[in-house]
Design a protein. Structure first.
Length: 190
């Protein structure tokens, strides 16, 4: 883990690196709570934003060059591409071969329907890590995270969509589809 930390620290600004460490440790806590491989969870957390500081035009170039799909919303808001590009960077620059880790990095911003345990751990950890302080319902979501991954994912998506709708910004359709998936799963289980 240390070799990844040293390399990553050179490529992220101080605030982003601190956030990354917070996500890594939050992933570890969630992994312990849900009996998941702690090392894998920590590595996913550490590398989840490895492409965050790549300039937006460079992200678009990397997507084109390496055949990474770009949605219309991502083309208009290329900062969203850091997850997809991050999975590519983790594989090519950090030599990560574990497909679960790469997939979790790829979907950590929008989520996707039927996420696996590591996908949900990283998605949640990115939202609740200790440096975060602005999200709605954060204290309740932090508590919820240790009771149910799926319900927590649903609540984060609900709050995210509510926030984005208030800002009048474009919403990545994957976020909406993912929210509907988890909302419908909960409703079917009642």
């Amino acid at each position: 883990m240390e070799k990844y930390q040293k390399k990553l620290q050179k490529h992220l600004d101080k605030g982003r690196y601190e956030h990354t460490l917070g996500v890594m440790y939050t992933c570890a806590a969630l992994a312990m709570a849900y009996h998941y491989d702690m090392e894998k969870a920590m590595l996913a957390g550490l590398l989840h934003d490895c492409a965050k500081n790549i300039p937006n035009d460079k992200k678009l170039e990397l997507c084109k060059k390496h055949h990474i799909e770009v949605t219309e919303v991502e083309r208009e808001n290329p900062f969203l591409l850091h997850a997809k590009v991050g999975a590519w960077v983790a594989k090519k620059k950090y030599d990560i071969r574990d497909e679960e880790i790469l997939h979790a990095i790829k979907v950590h911003t929008t989520g996707e329907p039927a996420m696996q345990t590591l996908d949900m751990i990283l998605f949640i950890a990115d939202y609740i890590e200790p440096c975060r302080d602005k999200a709605a319902n954060l204290e309740q979501i932090r508590e919820m995270a240790f009771r149910s991954l799926e319900q927590t994912v649903e609540q984060i998506l609900f709050d995210t969509l509510h926030y984005l709708n208030q800002k009048s910004g474009r919403i990545d359709p994957t976020t909406e589809v993912t929210y509907e998936y988890y909302k419908n799963r909960r409703e079917r289980s009642l």
